[in-house]
Write a protein that binds this ligand. Sequence first.
Ligand code: AMP
Ligand code: GLY
Length: 425
Amino acid sequence: MNILLLGSGGREHALAWKIASSTLTDRLICAPGNAGIAREAECVALDIADHAAVIACCKRHAIDLVVVGPEAPLVAGIVDDLVAEGIKAFGPSRLAARLEGSKGFTKDLCRANGIPTAAYERFTSTEPAKAYVRKQGMPIVIKADGLAAGKGVIIPEELAEAEAAIDMMFGGGLGQAGAEVVIEEFLVGEEASFFALCDGETAIPLASAQDHKRVGDGDTGPNTGGMGAYSPAPVMTPEMTARTMDEIVVPTMRAMKAMGSPYKGVLFAGLMITKEGPKLIEYNVRFGDPETQVLTLRLMSDIVPALIASCDGQLRSFDLRWYPDAALTVVMAAKGYPGDYQRGSVIEGLEAAGGIEGVEIFHAGTKLDGGKIVANGGRVLGVSARGKTVSQAQARAYAAVDRIEWPEGFCRRDIGWQAVKREKN
Ligand code: AMP
Ligand code: GLY
């Protein structure tokens, strides 16, 4: 098969690495890709927001399957446009992608179907939103309804900050994404990322992971796209996984189908495991980044038949095998991230780092420049490793990090701390 993968991050490098290893893959093209993906796939320069250009690329290269990495093209309906041209595409339709594209849509779906989530209200203007915040008091969570590239969630420390967040959103600080605002209850518990593969009818659980959103050790500092992840998440016991499927994922699938927009693709549930059980924080309609880097390392089965079964509605009797091993990814970012950072610094030592047993290095913001790998983004590398335990995977990943020569980069030194603490007890 000829496969086109859309995206350029660490998630897409991990997907490219796994897709390239499939016996079904004759040719893998990635648009636009990065320096690491270029080792697994032919990278082509393409604006993936331009659906007509993507369709033309598919026709030119006789593409049999398109795999969409990021959310923006899904929410913009790229799968609908490809399918209308007779091209198979992995991911949800535009209407199904509302699960990520509109937080208000998802909250209403939860309320109508008894899916456990934080109590909330939706607002379209400043004064009622502020009145609600004053009535509820702190702590509280303020969210822009639409896609805001990770900047749409504010957890204020005090009332004045909450009111400023409401003014910022309705004042256009996040563009159209903030035209509507969801204000919700602050949930207490341990977070987990849970993934299910869906075909419109059936959902099969993939695996769980834990992300580290804050930039600093000890979960301090501003939120980022994710500074590291590991899988499995020990908080996702078999019982918690079964409850998440029964109480959250399956009712969502049923509701989406009843609404005439059946959900296909990977459904990523951001969960808070509370004293009462799993509650949905949010849905994403795509694989996680950096969670995909650890999931693909643990996936024993060929991924391509699973992606095709999702597109074709054939997941009912599908079985995926996983390595029992743990996997862990440490994200290396350019100094200054998630604020301003420089591009263009040279990264060395990648070969020595990749030579450590169990280690795989996934690239995110990198490019080739005069034969050298240079930083070309905020999150730059996902230094990943498998191990018998999270502790072993962590030791291998940091041994690899220490072989990478990149003075302009940094990483957290405590990725996996929650699992490592449990393993020590
Ligand atoms: P999101 O961008 O929706 O993933 O939210 C970013 C982060 O904000 C989440 O990973 C949580 O850590 C936190 N968060 C979002 N909603 C809530 C909530 N209702 N209660 C507590 N924390 C939340
Ligand atoms: N790691 C969180 C995300 O992909 O949104």
